[in-house]
Design a protein around this ligand. Structure first.
Ligand SMILES: *Cc1c(COP(=O)(O)O)cnc(C)c1O
Length: 661
């Protein structure tokens, strides 16, 4: 972590001069606020280019084809979707972004191959586990066809998807994950349909299964082995590599596999070496180390008589979530081109040293392909009061001594003593609470003291904000004094990684970006779970505990967007508190503008209730029967009973999220 911080620090140094002091909160919006300031504040250029930017109206613009023209105003799109009865929260997919990502990845490898005169090709595959939604996988296969882009399956159900969706023998079907006899036979038989499955041996006992299946079916499969590299992965998914990794064959196991295949006269089937060192690899040096080790294993396998022809470098290609271009965990210090260059150069060198023909290169880049294509737009339902803004009056003679002392502290806060003042204020407040618990401070007095305490904190925060150095004990002030923005969303359903592993996603308003965001807030979701919140946001320096936001007004909805969440979030989302899938639309750019290709309505309450085995007819019948009893008992009127049933039935057929009307 130390080195991570260091190189990030260097980048910060270079950028710090650009950061203006306008980010300090002002009570009223600055008339001098510009969209450029919003760009800088939310770092949209860093993580969003070339797809997302801000237009003159202060709205986010989406350019799904990147630099190749065509764009739309995201705010207007959301408004027009709402007119089509597609309520928020809504997941908007841009199929053109998906296409552009595939093209970029392939173009980078093509360029690297040309640059190093690599005498082989790149045939990427998309790991289905990253996003299994049918429309998306179908799009991927279609966009991938010109590049012979294939699919990677990590489980039996994913194999079923890949088999039915891939339709070209040129595209590879990489079969990973735990396998049983049925998995292996299904994969082998698909060769007869003109597919090109490569069965990757991940566990020692899969070798025997594969040999038996091959003999039974009289099919000679293409086989791969997944090696457990000793090069360490880093970060969150670092455990995917190394001796304790869940998958892959250790070197002795790899050699036994070779021996077993040789005995069965199948060594020529072994053609691929695979490794995967984890997802979101932030540092290119880690990838290089792994490549070096894998290349040596590759050439050695070849020397042992395997008919090697494919090297599969797995996933891990990172995304710059915070736009800092560093080796911070939410960023990466390399481009796709750097990545492709390193893969090609490293393999080229290892093979030429042994006079071996170079392999077909495969990468299983999921996150890098699927992250950008969707935006989740959600609305803010309301905000909590900001503590510390109440007007403070000097205390009276007969006010509690603690209140008077706290007021003196409040009154004397200045740049030279704020840390001490903070400690004093905390102490006075804590004392007041103890005295309250013993009955020596009244509820009214306690309210006054707490109000004054928050005012004191806010004064200190306003001073601290302009300082370069903030003492550790004051770092929580920003969070404690932030407003809470209540969002119409479930973090558990729509951004599970933010909850489970503190992953950072860029989140920002999609409109009003020509107006200064004078508030600072954290986000709280609809669930009754205190973990259902977002209080870590991307920042140039590490992460920030609060997000700059606009005051919410009564007459205008306030929309926020979550970006780069197109990988992993949808399928890992869960039904906590029974909030279901959100509405989803697929947008495709046309010469005239855009076209809504598919609408996938979010779950209704009937649907989510059926996951937990409730039948909506039974539920309605239950309420009807109870209403009848209540009518007979005279505890409900016929009109009330009718309204209750109406609401109940209507809810069952509708969205699990709150509606704005
Ligand atoms: C998850 C996974 C991938 C995808 O990794 P990304 O970092 O999303 O590119 C690729 N290969 C294997 C074996 C995986 O388990």
């Amino acid at each position: 972590m130390e080195t991570t911080r260091q190189s990030r620090e260097q980048v910060l140094q270079a950028l710090r001069s650009q950061v203006t002091s306008d980010q300090a909160v002002a009570a009223t919006p600055s008339p001098h606020w510009t969209i450029e300031k919003s760009e800088e504040l939310y770092r949209i250029k860093g993580w969003g280019e070339p797809y997302f930017s801000i237009n003159a109206a202060g709205h986010i613009t989406v350019s799904p084809k990147g630099d190749r023209g065509g764009s739309l105003d995201l705010y207007h799109l959301v408004e027009s979707l709402k007119k089509r009865n597609l309520d928020l929260p809504i997941l908007i997919r841009f199929s053109d972004i998906l296409e552009d990502r595939i093209e970029q990845l392939n173009a980078c490898f093509a360029k690297a191959i040309a640059r190093y005169s690599y005498n082989g090709v790149y045939r990427g595959v998309f790991p289905v586990k990253c996003n299994q939604q049918r429309h998306l996988v179908e799009d991927l296969v279609r966009f991938g066809r010109p590049h012979q882009f294939g699919l990677e399956a990590g489980s039996k159900p994913e194999l079923l998807i890949a088999l039915a969706t891939l339709d070209s023998p040129e595209s590879l079907l990489i079969c990973n994950g735990y396998k049983d006899r049925e998995y292996i036979e299904t994969a082998m038989l698909s060769q007869r349909l003109g597919q090109t499955p490569i069965i990757v041996l991940e566990q020692p006992d899969e070798v025997e299964l594969v040999i038996k299946a091959s003999q039974r079916l009289h099919i000679r499969p293409i086989l791969g082995v997944r090696a457990k590299l000793s090069s360490k992965g880093v970060g969150r998914w670092g455990g995917s590599a190394g001796d304790r990794a869940k998958f892959g064959l250790a070197i002795p196991e790899l050699l036994s596999a070779v021996e077993q295949l040789k005995q069965a006269d199948m060594l020529d089937c072994l053609q691929l070496l695979h490794f995967h060192i984890g997802s979101q690899i932030s540092a290119i040096s880690v990838i290089k180390d792994a490549l070096r080790e894998a290349c040596q294993i590759y050439v050695e396998l070849s020397a042992l008589g395997a008919k090697m022809g494919f090297l599969d470098v797995g996933g891990g290609l990172g995304i710059d979530y915070d736009g800092s271009k560093t080796n911070f965990y939410a960023s990466k210090n390399y481009s796709i081109q750097n990545y492709a260059n390193d893969v090609v150069a490293e393999v080229q060198e290892a093979c030429s040293a042994r006079n071996l023909p170079v392999p077909t290169l495969i990468s299983e880049s999921g996150r890098a392909i699927a992250s950008h294509q969707s935006i989740l737009v959600f609305d803010v339902l309301g905000t909590s009061d900001k503590p510390g803004l109440a007007a403070i009056e000097p205390p009276h003679e007969d006010d509690h001594a603690l209140l008077r002392e706290l007021y003196d502290t409040y009154d004397s806060v200045h740049l030279k003593n704020y840390q001490e003042a903070y400690h004093d204020a905390v102490q006075f407040k804590d004392e007041a609470i103890s005295l309250f618990n013993f009955g020596y401070v009244s509820l009214t007095e306690r309210a006054k003291i707490e109000r004054l305490y928050w005012a004191c904190c806010r004064r200190i925060l306003d001073l601290v904000r302009h300082e370069d150095y903030v003492p550790d004990d004051l770092e929580d002030l920003d969070r404690n004094l932030a407003s809470i923005y209540y969002i119409n969303l479930s973090v558990f359903q729509s951004m599970p990684d933010a909850w489970a592993i503190d992953q950072l996603f860029p989140i920002m308003p999609i409109h009003r970006l020509d107006e200064e965001p004078v508030n600072r807030g954290t986000l709280a979701d609809l669930t009754c779970d205190s973990d259902g919140k977002i209080d870590q946001f991307i920042d140039l320096r590490d992460v920030k505990p609060v997000l700059e936001l606009h005051p919410v007004t009564e007459h205008e909805p306030y929309y926020l967007g979550l970006f780069l969440g197109g990988a992993y979030q949808e399928i890992m989302g869960n039904l906590h508190n029974l909030f279901g899938d959100t509405n989803t639309v697929h947008i495709h750019m046309t010469p005239k503008g855009y076209h809504i290709e598919h609408v996938v309505k979010g779950d209704t309450m009937t649907e989510v209730l059926s996951y937990v085995q409730y039948d909506s007819d039974d539920l309605i019948e239950n309420i009807r029967r109870r209403s009848e009893h209540a009518l007979q008992d005279g505890t409900i009127t016929i009109e009330e009973a009718q309204l209750l049933l109406q609401h109940y039935e209507h809810s069952l057929n509708h969205y699990t999220y709150l509606s704005s009307d």
